[in-house]
Ligand binder design. Sequence first.
Ligand code: ZN
Ligand code: FE
Length: 256
Amino acid sequence: MNLTALPAFSDNYIWMLDDGREAVVVDPGEAAPVESALDARALALVGILVTHHHPDHVGGVDALRKRLRGPVYGPAREGIPEPFEPLVDGDEIDLLGLRFRVIDVPGHTAGHIAYFTASGPQPPVLFCGDTLFSGGCGRLFEGTPAQMHASLAKLGALLGDTRVCCAHEYTLSNLKFAREVEPGNQALRDYEAWCVREREDRRATLPSSIARELAVNPFMRCTEPEVVQSALGHGATGDTAVEVLAALRQWKNDYR
Ligand code: ZN
Ligand code: FE
């Protein structure tokens, strides 16, 4: 099974999973990068997975329907281009011989879902849209800090070697902020140095892994003493994980 990040717009990735004959794509905000990738390798498009309703994730769906031989799947509680198969937490879908489980991850948007599979011979795969980024998390456009904290906790409980397929290349700016939050985290510094080299060579920093995010991502480390202290110095109203996450998110919104 091949897992490929197709660059789109300025910093989106449209993830493509294929077995050499058939492919599924996740969050096609535009059609052209998907069409080129399918044509280049003579792949049939057999499914589209959508995590949430934002235009940079659904903009290419309708244009891809003419070559789609299979369903569009999306979150039941969001308005995405019709027709689509509505999914809720716990639903399972079979694609390319893999069984994907749907996980509700509200916060960035109210009905955001993620797709997880551990059914293949290779390490598990998570398509998490704009919920979890490497070193960060999505902005809270429609949800609360408590929802985002619960969503990240669910993802953090997945297998450590899960390949984390985020929808944006935000890693370097996230890690710069993370270093501000947790200057004593050596794993974070080592990872940042590696990511700088990847970007210099024009490679994606993704996929990440759950184990790595638990080690470097301040939004998944809201009970670490250094993270708590930094949050308390930047407006946190208390030291609970939700209050810490709320303060980090606000701080990051204003951080350049
Ligand atoms: Zn979004
Ligand atoms: Fe996005």
